[in-house]
Design a protein around this ligand. Structure first.
Ligand SMILES: Nc1ncnc2c1ncn2[C@@H]1O[C@H](COP(=O)(O)OP(=O)(O)OP(=O)(O)O)[C@@H](O)[C@H]1O
Length: 253
């Protein structure tokens, strides 16, 4: 199986002492990999380091076999990211926003904007100003922008954040469809565990800057009914001093 992303011993500490420590995980072609953790756990920091938005203190990140540290452009060639979004200009239409983004990619074939609008279901709203879009439509526009360059790996921080139930379901279906039909590998983050359970085939749990458990969703659910149960058990173990989790205890209040 092709390894799309390799993260090894990644550590990033901010000046206030917070951040992430010794994070290791791999994402394989075809995965919808979910990084799950509560607010402030370190998900965005991990995604930012992977995409070069911030620099790690230690560790290795490889995308498609290329290290971001010294081969950044080649590593990022087939990667798109939606992190801390709101890229769209409100006073322009959806299509105009995409035309603006498309200037970053001089080799885009004609008609690519129409294609991505179609893929995210915004074709009939493309001439409306973004100020009239719902949050879900803005999310889909951000996704359309990130699809323009034909990414093979799409990194998306909190794809359903702030959406209502219908919006969440839409985004969820969209991710699953793109993964299936366009063979795009996804790395997403969320603090909503049920969400992860429905979208992802592999998940990693992150808590207080450490990725303490990960695996194939089906295998994880062999012994437990829900991911929530696994997560709560592990956190309880960490707090009570479960020897298996001793490496984490020092960082838990
Ligand atoms: N630029 C920064 N300077 C200092 N501390 C930061 C900075 N960015 C994040 N942090 C801290 O690092 C920790 C991890 O933050 P991060 O944003 O990665 O978490 P998260 O899991 O994405 O949370 P959320 O779901 O709330 O976005 C938090 O304690 C946060 O306060």
């Amino acid at each position: 199986m092709e390894k799309v992303l390799h993260v090894q011993a990644l550590t990033k500490q901010y000046r206030n002492g917070r951040g992430v420590e010794d994070v290791c995980f791999d994402v394989y072609k075809g995965d919808v990999y979910g990084l799950f953790g509560p607010n402030g756990a370190g998900k965005t920091t991990v995604l930012k380091v992977i995409t070069g938005l911030c620099i790690a203190d230690k560790g290795t990140v490889q995308l498609f076999g290329h290290r971001i540290r010294d081969q950044f452009e080649t590593a990022m060639e087939r990667v798109s990211a939606v992190i801390e979004t709101a890229i769209a200009y409100d006073y322009m239409s959806g299509a105009e926003n995409l035309r603006l983004v498309s200037r970053f990619y001089p080799d885009l074939p004609k008609g690519r904007i129409d294609e991505v609008l179609e893929q995210v279901g915004l074709t009939s709203y493309q001439y409306e100003k973004v100020s009239q879009y719902s949050l879900g439509m803005k999310q889909r526009l951000a996704l359309a922008a990130s699809l323009l360059s034909h990414p093979r790996l799409l990194i998306w921080d909190e794809p359903t954040n702030g959406l209502d139930i219908e919006g969440m379901v839409e985004v969820r279906r969209l991710i699953q469809r793109l993964a299936r039909e366009q063979e795009i590998t996804f790395l997403i983050s969320s603090h909503m565990i049920h969400e992860m359970e429905q979208i992802c085939n592999r998940v990693g749990f992150i808590y207080k800057g450490k990725l303490f458990r990960q695996g194939n969703l089906k295998e994880l659910l062999n012994d437990h009914q829900t991911l929530e149960q696994i997560y709560l058990n592990e956190i309880q173990g960490i707090k009570e001093g479960n020897p298996d989790a001793s490496y984490l205890r020092q960082s838990v209040e």
